[in-house]
Design a protein around this ligand. Structure first.
Ligand code: 13P
Length: 247
């Protein structure tokens, strides 16, 4: 079955290093049946356009500003990244929520701006360890979904991928159990059905992220529609193996 494999570089590597990465990944994935996306920093998007266009690998940004344009020094808009050939943007990542204080309200605005500009959205949700320990993870993620999807129409969901990324699993080496991944994904599907329809719930792509590695990816990919990979995507050989696998 075809899966969606997404690499999030976070703030790692330099544009000059990314050229080699992009060329290698493009070559190694030319026969893959999966959908492959890499999201390097903004500074690398020009390189991505040059070396990934025409390959199986799509690329995206890790953030956009919620406004279309204007006096927002240091920010980057959806139309800018779209103009460079990006097809995706990651929004609602736990690092943006915690370190840059992005609220569900801001993320909701960003989702609308991204969709209006023809970008597909990888929308991250996930609970912290205290919330999980208190057995409130499902309710927490459900509320995040309700808030970030406010005002998004069912036909726009074709351009939305949900990424379940429990905060305690991001960059920690601690992976959620297969049972927890499966139960959260089915809760997310149920909530999409509540908010939209059974058809929307069936169609939506839901991936897992958090300490996915070359050692553990097989079981995880089998339990989701794909994976969102941080640290382990930086090794192009490992990432290409995950992208090329038959699921
Ligand atoms: P790690 O794979 O490094 O845990 O990061 C996951 C992530 O945050 C991807 O967006």
């Amino acid at each position: 079955m075809k899966k969606l494999i997404i690499g999030n570089f976070k703030m790692n590597t330099k544009p000059s290093e990314f050229k080699h990465y992009a060329m290698t990944l493009a070559t190694k994935t030319k026969d893959t049946k999966n959908d492959v996306v890499v999201c390097p920093p903004f500074t690398h998007l020009y390189v991505a356009k040059e070396f990934l266009t025409g390959s199986k690998v799509e690329f995206g940004a890790q953030n956009i500003n919620e406004n279309e344009s204007g006096a927002y020094t240091g920010e980057v808009s959806a139309s800018m990244v779209k103009d460079l050939g990006a097809s995706y943007v990651i929004l609602g990542h736990s690092e943006r929520r915690s370190k840059f204080k992005e609220s569900d309200r801001t993320i909701n605005k960003k989702v609308k701006t991204a969709l209006a500009n023809g970008l597909k959205v990888v929308l991250c949700v996930g609970e912290n360890l205290v919330t999980r320990t208190n057995k409130e993870a499902s309710a927490f993620v459900k509320k995040q979904l309700d808030d970030v999807l406010k005002g998004i129409y069912e036909n726009e969901l074709d351009s939305v991928v949900i990424a379940y990324e429990p905060i305690w699993a991001v960059g920690t080496g601690k992976v959620a159990t297969i049972k927890d991944i499966q139960s959260m994904i089915s809760m997310i599907r149920k909530e999409i059905e509540n908010l939209y329809s059974a058809k929307a719930s069936e169609k939506i792509t839901i991936v897992y992220g958090g300490s996915v590695t070359i050692q553990n990816y097989k079981k995880i990919v089998a339990s989701a529609d794909g994976v969102l990979i941080g640290g382990a995507c930086l090794n192009v050989d490992d990432f290409a193996i995950i992208c090329r696998d038959n699921y």
